[in-house]
Design a protein around this ligand. Sequence first.
Ligand SMILES: [Zn+2]
Length: 119
Amino acid sequence: MSEFEQKVLKLLEDINGKLDSLLKGGPAASSPSPAISSSAPTPAATSEISRLKPSELVEKQKEEERLEEKPPVEGRRVCPECSGTAFNTVEDKSQVLHQMGGVKIYAKKYVCRSCGYEM
Ligand SMILES: [Zn+2]
C-alpha cells in the first residue's frame, strides 16, 4: 500500500470516528455499549426514523387519517330534477356488472325519494 493510500485511509477513519460521535450526540468514548459500535454501526432504519422530527411524524399521521376519512359518495348525490338529496339505492336489473355461478351482480342506481328520478 502506498503512502498516499495510507494517508487517505487514515483520513477516512478520522471522518468515520467523527461521524460516529456526531450520530451519538457525544464522543464515542462515553458510549456505554462499545460492543455495538465496534461490531456494527447504527442500523440505517433506526437513524432514518430518528431524523424525523416529532412534528413531522404527527403531520404524517394526520395525512394518513385524512386519506382514510373520504366522504361517502352517497351523501353527495343531488337530484337534478328537484335538488333533493335523499335517494333509495336499487339494483338496476338491466345492467349486469358481473355474473358468477348463476349469481348476478347488478349495477346500482339511485332513485330520488321526492320525485322518483333515477340516476
Ligand atoms: Zn328528485
